[in-house]
Design a protein around this ligand. Structure first.
Ligand SMILES: [Zn+2]
Length: 418
């Protein structure tokens, strides 16, 4: 097997994480922060330098490119087109300004105290996966920022894959599409993805943690927006006239399940209702509730619980009005993947060819793959070495990134060979 250029991969990763691409506020310009355009331009330049085809940094900041096929289709059917996607933005939950990556070569084991903030320690107790990584290269922050391994590990792995394939034209594969997106962290990763332009049979997001996982299911998700209307009047003359929406909303929240069906009390395959935002006053309160379930039909049952509670509370507070609006968010990846079983089966086969066994995993959240899959492009999510995303305790392992690149090299051959 041709080995992945580990040092070059590390160099890429360190280069990319030092560009601040923290996502901004949704609803403004696209992309939401200028750093995403800076990184996108760098990636497009590097892809052109490698000699990829169709390299484009488009008006929305997305980067597109093609590694042309190295073989002709065996029959008269065209070879499947395989796409790889990562996002260039990082989470606004922790700053991504002035990231100072810290490279630990030949990690000796034990807790890792971060150099820029003595209170920040990556503890083995909280990160048991570190125990298997003694002797490996670990990259951390200095404790004052996030690392941006989510998702620049994925970006670096895809870039290295492209470079590797260009340098090794003897590797047989069909057309490979590369796509880097913006604003994934604020829910707008695929706003400007044109599937016809991508032209792919299958896509893989490189945005998973650790090594050897294939995420095959996500939640199905809806958002319930509850508007509670009261009647506001000066408190001095409120007797018998005021209806306080704050109290009505409190009564409604109190009736929602707490001991079950909440994020605080569920894990594994159990879904939940999660009231996460409230604002307003006496006249009107707006309440947002996330609905999550691996079974899409379970979302309607959860919405029903809210409506039922609303009707009861309206009886308790005559003249109050409660309106429940349910907005569709995304659907379980597994539903769409079932229509293209090769997407996961071939990824498993790629691991097997490397003597590894992939673990099929589920995400208690969504990925851009959930939406791509729903739109008709099957898109599982693959491991890419990330750990502790969105946190100053974020870290990545270089050897796990190399493993991810190796999987992709095999994967493109599996797709070409079947
Ligand atoms: Zn991510």
């Amino acid at each position: 097997m041709n080995t992945i250029n580990q040092q070059r991969l590390l160099g890429r990763f360190l280069r990319y994480v030092q560009i601040d691409t923290t996502a901004g506020e949704p609803g403004g310009t696209y992309p939401s922060s200028p750093g995403q355009l800076v990184l996108g331009k760098l990636l497009a330049d590097e892809l052109r330098e490698m000699g990829l085809a169709d390299v484009e940094h488009d008006q929305h900041g997305l980067v597109w490119a093609t590694v042309p096929a190295t073989m002709k289709p065996p029959g008269n059917q065209p070879l499947p087109v395989v796409a790889f996607n990562s996002h260039v933005d990082t989470s606004p939950e922790t700053t991504g300004k002035n990231v100072k990556p810290h490279v630990i070569r030949q990690y000796r084991g034990g807790d890792i105290r971060l150099t820029g903030d003595a209170t920040k320690v990556i503890r083995v107790a909280d990160n048991p996966e570190l125990e298997k990584l003694v002797g490996k290269t670990i990259i951390t922050t200095d404790g004052t920022t996030l690392l941006g391994s989510d998702d620049k590990s994925g970006v670096a792995v895809i870039m290295e894959l492209a470079h590797h394939l260009v340098e090794h034209p003897q590797i047989p594969h069909g057309p490979i599409r590369v796509l880097f997106t913006c604003d994934e962290e604020i829910g707008h990763g695929i706003d400007h993805v044109d599937l016809a332009k991508l032209g792919a049979t299958v896509c893989y997001t490189l945005d998973g943690s650790g090594a050897g996982d294939i995420d095959t299911e996500t939640f199905s998700a809806d958002l319930a927006v509850v508007t509670v209307r009261g009647i506001n009047i000066h408190p001095s003359i409120g007797k018998g006239r005021m209806v306080n929406a704050v109290r009505v909303a409190a009564a409604l929240i109190d009736r929602l399940p707490k001991g079950t069906l909440s994020p605080e009390t569920t894990d594994g395959r159990d879904g939940f209702l999660h009231p996460y935002q409230i604002e307003g006053g006496v006249a009107e309160v707006k309440l947002k509730i996330l609905l999550r379930d691996f079974v899409t039909a379970g979302l309607a049952e959860k919405a029903q619980l809210i409506t039922k509670a609303a009707r009861e509370v309206e009886v308790e507070f005559p003249r109050s009005q409660i309106e429940v609006q349910v907005i569709k968010q995304y659907r379980n990846l597994g539903e769409g993947l079932a229509r293209e079983p090769r997407a996961v089966a071939y990824a498993q086969e790629a691991h097997r060819r490397l003597g590894r066994e992939a673990k099929l995993t589920i995400i208690r959240g969504g990925t851009d793959g959930s939406q791509l899959t729903e739109k008709g492009l099957p898109t599982p999510n693959l491991s890419t070495g990330e750990h502790n995303p969105h946190s100053p305790l974020e870290w990545t392992c270089l050897e796990e990134m190399v493993q991810a690149a190796e999987v992709l090299v095999e994967l493109v051959q599996v797709w070409a060979g079947k």
